[in-house]
Design a protein. Structure first.
Ligand code: AMP
Length: 328
């Protein structure tokens, strides 16, 4: 079945002279890598086609994958095939002009609660959207061309979205497709330097997170990053959101959560939820969020909601611990 949908997508791509690729708000390695990787494959294979990624967002640590395109007139969108990658629902598509496109394809690995598009290829068990783009290339190696730049972008998302190939969704197929990308000639030393070198100041911030983290009765580790703390450490919002990673390996904490004040007029607080062994997405879904079983996001607006979400997560951990064995 999946080969059929991949074939249908390739057929659609062949039909169009213009292709516009879209991703989600709040850039990460997977949405940037998958969009840029597919664009590079399409440009190498079909040099006569125009391929655009138009997105106002920028991210310092992902900038090594190169800039996006300048915006174009609405007529260009209207004649284009739109491909949205790694974006579960339409509200999260960063460039809302995707609606102008003549036809739309959804390629995604999130739980498919909000189907959209004329064609849809969703594989929830894939560890990243980049893995799907690698699989797309893998299925049509005789028809598609790839470059080491494309492979680097795709490999980047495979690495970042799978926590360096550690998360549950990683399969033998993930590794085979990662191998296929490595075969194209990726400078992994340079790539990992881009992704993982830390600034001195960011480590100071990490030590603040360790100092301020809280523990709930049944083992939810959490951190609250106020706007004042972001100012104190001179952090961008995106940098502040990385606080979640400091909490990921605490024995007995099956769930860890970061609350980050956005500083907007709605006083939005972004919530990042992560878990090990147990699912946490149901809690996220009760607070305007969703995502994967063990990696979800949500949005809250008040301290009461912060406490309520923490309480719900604590109850979920309690229930899991009472009914399961073997967790750590
Ligand atoms: P994040 O903490 O932002 O990295 O999000 C973890 C996962 O949850 C990602 O796959 C996101 O796409 C997804 N996610 C984050 N926020 C939301 C939301 N408000 N609604 C649905 N999914 C979300």
């Amino acid at each position: 079945m999946n080969l059929d949908i991949k074939e249908a997508i390739l057929k659609k791509i062949r039909e169009y002279d213009r292709i516009m690729i879209f991703r989600h708000i709040r850039l990460d390695g997977d949405c940037v890598g998958s969009t840029k990787g597919l664009k590079a494959i399409l440009q190498a294979t079909f040099p006569e086609k125009e391929v655009f990624i138009i997105d106002e967002q920028v991210s310092d640590y992902l900038s090594f994958m190169g800039p996006d395109d300048e915006d174009v007139a609405d007529e260009i969108y209207q004649s284009a095939l739109g491909i949205v990658i790694d974006t579960g629902n339409e509200e999260r598509i960063s460039n809302q002009k995707y609606k102008l496109c003549k036809e739309l394809i959804k390629i995604d690995h999130h739980i498919n609660r909000s189907p959209y598009g004329d064609l849809m290829w969703v594989e929830e068990e894939r560890s990243s959207a980049c893995e799907m783009i690698a699989a797309f290339y893998g299925a049509f190696q005789d028809q598609l061309k790839i470059t080491s730049r494309a492979a680097t972008c795709i490999f980047t998302g495979m690495v970042t979205d799978s926590g360096r190939f550690r998360y549950e969704g990683v399969s033998g197929d993930t590794m085979r497709l990662a191998g296929l990308m490595l075969d194209q000639g990726i400078d992994t030393e340079l790539l990992y330097a881009h992704l993982y070198l830390k600034d001195f100041d960011s480590l100071k911030f990490k030590s603040y997170v360790y100092d301020q983290m809280q523990l709930s009765p049944h083992g939810v580790a959490s951190i609250y990053i106020s706007k004042a703390a972001q100012r104190e450490f001179d952090l961008s919002f995106e940098e502040a959101c990385t606080a979640i990673s400091a909490l990921e390996a605490i024995r007995g904490c099956l769930c860890w959560i970061a609350f980050i004040e956005s500083g907007d007029e709605m006083e939005t607080i972004r919530v990042r939820l992560r878990s090990r062994f147990m699912a946490i997405n149901q809690v996220a879904e009760n607070y305007r969020g969703g995502g994967h079983a063990c990696a979800s996001g949500a949005t809250v607006y008040t301290q009461e909601e912060v406490q309520s979400l923490l309480h719900d997560a604590d109850q979920a951990v309690k229930e899991y611990k009472e009914t399961h064995e073997g967790w750590m």
